[in-house]
Design a protein around this ligand. Structure first.
Ligand SMILES: C[S@@+](CC[C@H](N)C(=O)[O-])C[C@H]1O[C@@H](n2cnc3c(N)ncnc32)[C@H](O)[C@@H]1O
Length: 213
């Protein structure tokens, strides 16, 4: 599989961005031989399962110039790295509790010469600072995630969509979201036709969520 699948859905990329998306594959193939940052089964499907899936968030929210975005539990850099390629004017902070994953993320950032990302080895609860948006995939159930990230979203929003959390989720979310009355769920098959996206969604939780917690 090649980066063409990304270019099919994101047609206005610069030459630099296209080159970065192409380069991603060999960087991850190399790193995955040393440290398992992407599951063995998924590495061959990197562009669909990791890159395009991460970019699903961009179909819901285009980040403004100067916006600050935190990727919580980034693991090998998802969704943060693909989003940082797509939005070079936005500042991304990637955090993970496991140091060796952050080491790989740092190497990939360097390999792609991305200047809009900083990576931190920390639990998110211990990370200082506030952000416009928090993005994430496969880290915790929503109540736990909201608890961990409490106070980390700026109150004043300069974006079309209010500041908040954009979380990549799959499956039936009825139970998980029952306490979040103003959560919005966007189905990714609306944007991507590959079977992988059949049950995939982006959950948007505005900063002033009405939670019965
Ligand atoms: C299943 S992995 C997902 C990685 C990546 N987001 C992805 O989708 O490929 C979950 C990651 O969350 C990290 N994590 C879990 N709890 C965390 C916390 N409280 N603060 C920071 N990272 C955390 C773990 O170390 C792990 O790398």
């Amino acid at each position: 599989m090649t980066a063409e699948i990304v270019f099919k859905y994101f047609t206005d990329l610069t030459e630099i961005q296209r080159a970065q998306f192409i380069r991603l594959n060999s960087l991850y193939q190399d790193w995955n031989q040393k440290i398992n940052v992407v599951s063995r089964k998924d590495i061959d499907e990197l562009y669909v399962r990791h890159v395009l899936h991460s970019l699903g968030i961009a179909k819901i929210q285009r980040f403004n110039e100067g916006a600050q975005v935190l990727d919580v539990g980034t693991g090998g850099g998802f969704p943060g790295i693909p989003l940082a390629i797509l939005f070079p004017e936005t500042k991304f902070t990637l955090v993970d509790a496991i140091g060796k994953k952050i080491k790989v993320v740092e190497e990939v950032i360097e390999g792609l010469q991305l200047e809009n990302i900083s990576a931190h080895h920390s639990r998110v609860e211990d990370l200082p600072g506030q952000f416009d948006f928090i993005v994430s995939r496969a880290v915790a159930a929503m109540p736990t995630f909201v608890h961990w990230t409490k106070g980390k979203i700026k109150k004043d929003s300069v974006h079309e969509r209010k500041n908040g959390i954009l979380y990549l989720k799959g499956g039936d979310l009825t139970n998980e979201l029952k306490d979040y009355k103003n959560a919005q769920v966007f189905a990714l098959p609306e944007f991507f036709e590959e079977d992988f996206f059949e049950t995939k969604k982006v959950v948007y939780l505005p900063q002033k969520y009405k939670a019965n917690l």
